[in-house]
Design a protein around this ligand. Structure first.
Ligand code: G3P
Length: 217
């Protein structure tokens, strides 16, 4: 299972890249706003830190605009993955970029029907937003289960399921149990994955016992 971090914060990305856990990065216009920096500059910097795909999202609503913006973004680095919305124009743009050999992440997916269209358009990644479905009282992970099942039915569907809008460690664990290829996770949730009270308690005891031995290492 691949881990992407869902952030445009370069310091956070550097910190996580050092753990060896990072396989890629996803950004979106809201994360760029939060970073408060120039979009293309940030994407260039991130691409220099992480070898894997770095999603950069187009903001045009029409195919021609998406094509123009995406063509600019791919010039930044070879690991830029163009992120397009799950609309008919977005799917056209998906086909345009994948035909050129550029990786594409189709975002804002909230149904299995939409995921089928993205696979047919040749998307590299489909991004179903589990947290936002949970927020409206639906089961985000059920959507992941449906998409994984559907994609597994068709050898010609090579699109990877990229679980997005991840809010807690259980989203990651359930995604892994369902066989999702990727989860894009906020940095704080990646760190939460490492936590367990018994780990802390055990370490505390080991440290006390080691100190009691009087030995040095
Ligand atoms: O990058 C897309 C997605 O992960 C956004 O998450 O928490 O804003 O729903 P969230």
């Amino acid at each position: 299972m691949k881990f992407f971090v869902d952030t445009a914060d370069v310091a956070e990305i550097k910190d996580l890249a050092a753990t060896g856990l990072l396989d890629g990065v996803t950004t979106n216009p809201s994360l760029i706003k939060k970073a408060g920096r120039d979009f293309k500059e940030v994407i260039a910097e991130i691409c220099g830190i992480v070898d894997g795909p770095v999603s950069a999202e187009v903001v045009a609503m029409d195919f021609d605009g998406m094509k123009r913006q995406g063509d600019e973004l791919v010039k930044i680095a070879k690991n830029v993955c163009i992120k397009v919305p799950l609309t008919i124009d977005g799917l056209k743009a998906c086909k345009y970029f994948t035909d050129k050999g550029t990786q594409v992440n189709v975002t804002l997916c909230f149904s299995a029907a939409q995921a089928i269209l993205a696979a047919k358009a040749g998307a590299t990644f489909i991004s179903p937003f589990v947290g936002r479905l949970d927020d409206i009282g639906q089961d985000g992970m059920e959507l992941i289960s449906d998409i994984v099942e559907i994609y597994n039915n068709y050898q010609e569907f090579t699109t990877e399921v990229l679980v997005a809008s991840v809010r807690n460690p259980m989203h990651v664990v359930l995604a892994a149990k369902l066989g999702a290829h990727v989860a894009t996770i906020p940095a704080n949730v990646i760190k939460q994955l490492a936590l367990h009270p018994l780990t802390d308690k055990g370490l505390d005891q080991f440290n006390k016992d080691w100190a009691a031995t009087g030995q040095k290492l």
